[in-house]
Design a protein around this ligand. Structure first.
Ligand SMILES: *Cc1c(COP(=O)(O)O)cnc(C)c1O
Length: 539
């Protein structure tokens, strides 16, 4: 074996450099890392964000062609051949980059934004996010993220009475996104049922049955991916049929599980939804919990969207049965209005949380449980370095209390219900469902449009409305037909905005029909059946 000194040659610094570095570090980096760059950048950013928050402009999104944006962004990069000597903080370049970012972003703070589940955030939580980015507390380890790990416990404490679980008898971990939370929960379910699978991989059981999971017909795509990720295989995914409210159909689900068992499948986990992405439907949780119990399966509820209804006295009853789940998750970055990503994953049985990742690496985890390791979240989580985004939620909760979330959610759901009633009263519109959340799907039926072109019309409506840049709606396919979809995330939107937006839908539809050579029949537009006085003022 070579002596070590031959392998690792000692680095000898030139005398001049060596003496310079004594007590001073690397001066050349000061323009980038120093305080002046920070305060300069902060002042610019503060001005721009202030203007953004103050703006009353109705705007959705401005889509750039990707190649044009690529060129614009490239032109903002420092030319190292020209600016070869040293770094300098270029405030103008920084401002230009911010402008480009803000210009191309979805306008979640505008009343024109009605498209998606991304939320504007409580501004102080974003300010805190900046602080926690600069003074990080990687949240997986107690030693590095003390307050973050304590905040996990505090938030769990707040949720305990809302769920109906006794504080200290359950476990909550935070993950970066519901996609990861859903996967983690189903992995825990797998490891619980198939004790050997972590070590040996997933294999048929001794009696030859193949492990399987059952998911709702409208499950989020992250849920349908799980089987592929954790080695169950897509062929072992049972899709549970939906009823006419697009919830899992209880009787047909029971039959589907019988048939699965008859085919030699062992369904170890049922994934239900509380707030489907498409329409916000909540599955019948008590019935699905009973079904899971019957088959000895774990019930996970993907409550990414509606789980936050727990904070509202009005809306909480809609989640009846959530307390029976073995696990559920909710996205605080969607419906608790804090910066992404911040997902809470709850386990009814605290031991289940540790089942997801039974292996423990010695360089981060102490072999003996002590006071500190009991607070450490990393052993229950896939993530290593993790933003302490739970602190954004805890901060808002600490400053304003639960009522802030409650008031905003109540308003958004009420606004969606009023929009439903308004559209239902229009002869040229149809609503696809009664909203259970702040999501509403609807169709527009201009006179003279053949039924088979309805889907094309809605796709084109979404595109043209988006391209115009004032309102931003989304679309979704329900039973093979593309329909328009509203997600109300902004509490400044009023019924006046909704009525204005619907006027835009009509106008664009007239133009599209004209372009398609469809003669508009006697358009029967309803005159204000609905009185907008009820809600012209925002929350
Ligand atoms: C948004 C959403 C997800 C995915 O969550 P991310 O936080 O974006 O990873 C999963 N399920 C439902 C129902 C959702 O609405």
């Amino acid at each position: 074996m070579q002596p070590l000194e031959n392998v690792f040659l000692p680095v000898s610094l030139p005398a001049s450099v060596a003496s310079e570095t004594h007590g001073r570090g690397c001066d050349g980096l000061a323009p980038a890392f120093g305080e002046a760059a920070f305060t300069g950048a902060l002042a610019i950013a503060a001005r721009k964000v202030q203007a953004l928050l103050a703006s009353q402009e109705i705007e959705g999104v401005r889509l750039e062609r990707p190649h044009a944006l690529l060129a614009a962004a490239r032109s903002l990069m420092v030319d190292e051949a020209v600016d070869a000597d040293g770094m300098a903080f270029d405030a103008d370049r920084f401002a230009d980059i911010l402008d480009l970012y803000l210009r191309t972003g979805i306008k979640v703070n505008s009343r024109g934004y009605m498209a998606r589940q991304f939320s504007s955030v409580v501004p102080v939580s974003a300010v805190f996010d900046l602080v926690s980015a600069i003074a990080p507390q990687p949240a997986s380890y107690y030693e590095a993220g003390q307050l973050a790990n304590v905040a996990d416990k505090l938030i769990a404490e707040q949720f305990a009475p809302l769920i109906g679980w006794e504080a200290g008898t359950f476990e909550m971990v935070t993950t970066s996104g519901a996609s990861l939370a859903n996967m983690t929960a189903v992995l825990a379910a797998r490891n619980r049922r198939l004790g050997q699978s972590w070590q040996q991989g997933v294999q048929p059981q001794a009696d030859g049955r193949r492990p399987a999971i059952a998911i709702g017909g409208d499950a989020h795509f992250s849920v349908s991916r799980i089987a592929g990720v954790i080695g169950i295989g897509q062929d072992q995914v049972i899709r549970l049929p939906l009823n006419d409210r697009r919830q899992v159909h209880v009787e047909q689900a029971a039959q589907a599980l019988e048939q699965a068992a008859a085919r030699g499948l062992d369904v170890f986990c049922i994934v239900a939804a509380a707030g489907t992405t498409s329409i916000g439907a909540i599955d019948p949780l008590p019935e699905l919990a009973a079904l899971a119990r019957k088959w000895g399966a774990w019930l996970h509820v993907d409550a990414a969207h509606n789980g936050s209804f727990l904070v509202s006295d009005n809306l909480r009853p809609r989640l009846r049965g959530l307390e029976l789940a073995d696990s559920f998750c909710l996205d605080a970055h969607k419906t608790l209005f804090v910066p992404a990503l911040c997902t809470l994953l709850f386990y009814r049985d605290p031991d289940s949380a540790a089942a997801a990742f039974p292996e423990k690496a010695s360089y981060v985890f102490d072999p003996l449980e002590d006071e500190m390791s009991l607070f450490q979240s990393g052993i229950k989580n896939f993530e290593c370095t993790k933003r302490p985004s739970i602190l954004n939620l805890w901060l808002v909760w600490a400053l304003f209390g639960r009522r802030l979330f409650e008031q905003k959610l109540d308003y958004l759901v009420m606004l969606t219900e009023l929009t439903h009633d308004y559209l239902a009263a229009q002869p040229d519109f149809a609503v696809m469902h009664r909203p259970e959340a702040n999501i509403l799907c609807f169709t527009h039926h201009p006179a003279g449009l053949p039924a088979e072109r309805l889907g094309d019309l809605h796709l084109e409506l979404r595109n043209r409305i988006r391209a115009e840049g004032r309102y931003f709606l989304s679309k979704v396919e329900l039973d093979g037909v593309t329909v328009l979809r509203l997600v109300m995330m902004n509490h400044q939107i009023t019924m006046d905005d909704v009525i204005d937006m619907i006027g835009e839908v009509r106008r664009h539809a007239r133009e599209i029909c004209a372009d398609w050579g469809i003669a508009a029949g006697a358009a029967a537009e309803a005159e204000m059946i609905f009185s907008p006085q009820t809600m012209s003022k925002p929350c």
